[in-house]
Every structure is written in C-alpha cells, then in structure tokens.
Write a protein that binds this ligand. Structure first.
Ligand code: FE2
Ligand code: FE2
Length: 307
C-alpha cells in the first residue's frame, strides 16, 4: 500500500460531521470520539509544501543546519509514521474515526515532503531511504508511532524552543517548522485520546491483552532508546542520529543541563497542549516521568517555575 500523497489538499472528510458535544462526557463515549476526531479535523492547517519558499541562508547558518545529524532519521521517521498510520486507517470502519486517522497519516506524509523539500533546497546529503514496509499488525504499528511521537514531541518541543531562542534556527525556518510542531502536538493529543477511547470500548476480556500490548510498545520504545543511547546500533552514526531528541541540545550548540532541558520541555508541552478542549485527555506518561526525575534530583524549584 502506498502512503498518501500530501501535495494536494486533504479531501477525506466524512460525509457528515456531528457537532461538538456539550458538557462533560465519559471517556470512551460517542461524545469523546466526536470531540477527539473533530479536534483533529477542524484544526487542520491546509498549507501546501510545494508553496514553501525556502529562505536563502547565510553560509554559516546553512552549514549549521545541514550538518545537524538528524535529517536521515527525520525523513525515515515521517515516512514510517505515514505508512503505519495510513495502514491503520485503511482498516477502520467508523467514518469519523477513519477520517481523523487519515488526516493524521496525510500530515505525516506532508511532513516528509516538507523535510524532503528542505533537504533538496539546502543540498543536504541523505543516505538512501529505508523501504517502508506495510506493517503486519496495523494496530501495533499505529501504537508504536503514537507512543514514540509522545516521547519525541515532548523533547522536540523543548529543543525547538531552544533552537528558536538561541537563534540557532533563523526566524524564517522557525516559521516554516512551527506548523509541523503544532501538528505533532495535535497528533499526540489525538493518539492518547484514541488509546483511552479504544480501551474503554473493548469488552472486559480483551482489556488485559490491550494493557499488555501498551506495556510491550513502551518496553520496545524504551529498549530502542537505551540501545541508541549506548550507541549499540550496527552503525554508530545512526545511533547518534536516532538519539537526537534525547541529547539534541548539545547539537544545537547550547550547553544546557538535563534538569533545565526537562523543565523547558515540560513548559513547552503544557503551552502547546493547553489550547485544546480541556475535556480531552493529555499525554501524561513522559511528563510524569520527567517530573519524577526532577523531584528525585531535588529540582522541585525548576518544576514550580515551569508550571
Ligand atoms: Fe510527523
Ligand atoms: Fe505526527
């Protein structure tokens, strides 16, 4: 199956869209599904990557950007995400849910186009892309992409702020990538609500298997990241690239200790997600782990400052 082509506008809207639900609702209810899908569909930004006019950068800036060791993995991650999410969408019967997941896949494909376009514009050398294989278990693949975005977006939001504030990323590039960051925020919001909604709608006898699946995805992702951190991959350069979101501040030329980075990520995460309807659940696991880590390191003051 081919990943969706994102050069054109998104058209896979449901034939009819229910109105926003009013008042409180139970997680897993029809109202919950409506709100999480509507939030995804109605906050879509219809920009077209082909219209991006890549700014001329001064040689030093261009060199700094092109030598960041992230572009191969970023393109491959977006390619895999669009394959995983679109495969899961293809098997859905509910028109509203299918449309929201289709939009998620559409935006991943568009991220890949934006990155590919930028890579070409600035002459970044990429290694050949991996083959994007249709996953055998679409739900597993969707969950791997969803939870992995929960980790990567958390750190990505903080690193993006650091790159912006330090001037590492010139203003024009910040403007170009801001919609991508906003979209990743919408994706993790949609995904954690899908997990809550899906779990609530499983019959009692399927819930334990789903809980095990969630735990297995986290174990897989944590193992993958520990493996990368140790640089145990077959190719050490790759390992460094994959681990960028965890130690990226060094690459951005900013000396920042882990507690300060965690505090910035927590604040950015809150800022980016607070704008959506308060009845939707928020990604909790990674922020909770970071808060715990800061408390254990005796950095409660930083936590208070980031709240
Ligand atoms: Fe993406
Ligand atoms: Fe995403």
């Amino acid at each position: 199956m081919n990943a969706p082509v994102a050069k054109a506008a998104f058209t896979a809207y449901p034939a009819s869209m229910p109105a926003d639900p009013r008042g409180a609702f139970r997680l897993g209810s029809e109202a919950h599904k409506t709100l999480m899908c509507r939030t995804m569909l109605t906050t879509h930004d219809p920009y077209k990557p082909a219209l991006i006019d890549w700014p001329q950068l001064d040689p030093a800036t261009q060199d700094r950007i092109t030598s960041l060791p992230i572009w191969d993995i970023a393109v491959a991650t977006e390619g895999r995400a669009s394959m995983n999410v679109s495969t899961y969408a293809a098997g859905l019967a509910d028109p509203l849910l299918k449309s929201a997941v289709d939009m998620n896949a559409f935006e991943e494909a568009r991220h890949k186009l934006v990155l590919g376009d930028m890579v070409r514009a600035y002459g970044i050398d990429l290694v050949p892309e991996p083959a994007y294989v249709t996953p055998r278990d679409p739900e597993w693949a969707f969950m791997v992409t969803g939870f992995s975005e929960c980790i990567d977006s958390f750190f990505g939001f903080g690193l993006f702020k650091i790159a912006r504030d330090s001037g590492f990323f010139p203003g024009e590039l910040v403007d170009t990538f801001e919609p991508v960051m906003r979209e990743e925020g919408r994706h993790i919001l949609f995904f954690v609500n899908w997990v809550a909604w899906h779990r609530a709608n499983l019959p009692w006898w399927r819930k334990p298997a789903f809980a095990l699946k969630v735990a297995a995805v986290w174990a897989f992702l944590i193992y993958e990241r520990i493996d990368m951190a140790k640089g145990m991959g077959a190719d050490n350069t790759k390992a460094q690239e994959n681990n960028f979101t965890l130690n990226g501040s060094k690459e951005l030329g900013v000396e920042i200790e882990f507690p300060e980075l965690a505090a910035i990520c927590l604040a950015e995460n809150d800022r980016r997600l607070v704008v959506y309807d308060a009845r939707l659940v928020r990604p909790r696991f990674v922020p909770a782990m970071m808060r715990l880590a800061l408390r254990m390191m005796g950095k409660g003051k930083l936590l208070a400052a980031s709240a």
